[in-house]
Design a protein around this ligand. Sequence first.
Ligand SMILES: *Cc1c(COP(=O)(O)O)cnc(C)c1O
Length: 361
Amino acid sequence: MTSKLIEQWIRPEIQALSAYHVPDPGNMIKLDAMENPYTWPQSMVDEWQGLLKQTALNRYPDPGSRSLQQQIRSAFDIPTEMAVMLGNGSDEIIQIIAMAVATPERVILAPEPGFVMYNMIARFVGMQYVGVPLNADDFSLDMAAMKAAIAKHRPALIFLAYPNNPTGNLFERAQIEEIIELAPGLVVIDEAYAAFADDSFMSSLGRYPNLLVMRTVSKMGLAGLRLGYLAGPADCLQEFDKIRLPYNINVLTQVSAEFALHHKDVLDEQTTLLRHERARLYQHMTAMNGLTVFPSQANFILFRVADGRATALFEALKSGGVLIKNLANAGGLLQGCLRVTVGKPEENDRFVEVVGEFLGS
Ligand SMILES: *Cc1c(COP(=O)(O)O)cnc(C)c1O
């Protein structure tokens, strides 16, 4: 009886989806989800918990998160003339923007392989999704294909992750600018990994009426808080803000994020450590026979395993107590590919050890 109800009323495109799968890491070293592995110094934890003790849970949070917004503006150099909107993770921001433009004929366009939520959220809100393959050799933008797809589909929304997930590279800046100028609709530069990258579009805001920059604090050490931010022209963000649910940033997140950003030097130090570890890990991996390792401007490294052994290596790592991400069966250009998040030195050492044993066997 339930299944008949579902068949009749749940939209077919939702029935056809499979839910976003998150594996249970158990006791494994967790190098699968681009988390920052570091916690805070005890004195900072104590100070934070002191703040939480004074936080009233019986009242609704500030619907505009004004105090946190100010902190974000100054911590991340958001141009003063730009508006800011906060989301319950940047995933929610993607959803809000999509809802604002959604009609059944309209298209969300993004390069592939890319962040899976662009495609999933397009389906959630009843839009079309068009993925445009990147160049196979280095995962750069295939500009001829991008231009053709933009001309053909006239996308309402283009997402460009900068750096891209899961490939880790920065697309060419001039090519992105060309796309922004060509695009009939909005272009969102998704800078989830800004803390680990040497470039950003934040200072380009205002130069183009259709450019938006989206970021998250997840990858810089605050994944548990669920907080993303969008910066862009005020006229655009005013419209999005009508769709944002009034209390989307809960009071614990507001208090905690403001506190954490007040101590941003601690997070920045962790980021610096991880950048060093990324270089060290990359060097170890490129020295191994049987791996093709792709350069990264993010806190993860994508690599291809020769001879169809990617899933075998993924399983060997699991048996060795290390969980990474298996993309080998994702299809498209990711054939034979795995993705490892940069962890603490000893975690990366364990990863390198198991991979070395596997490739040597
Ligand atoms: C992780 C990630 C996000 C989502 O971040 P949340 O703020 O945790 O929702 C968005 N875009 C890209 C490219 C990501 O890798």
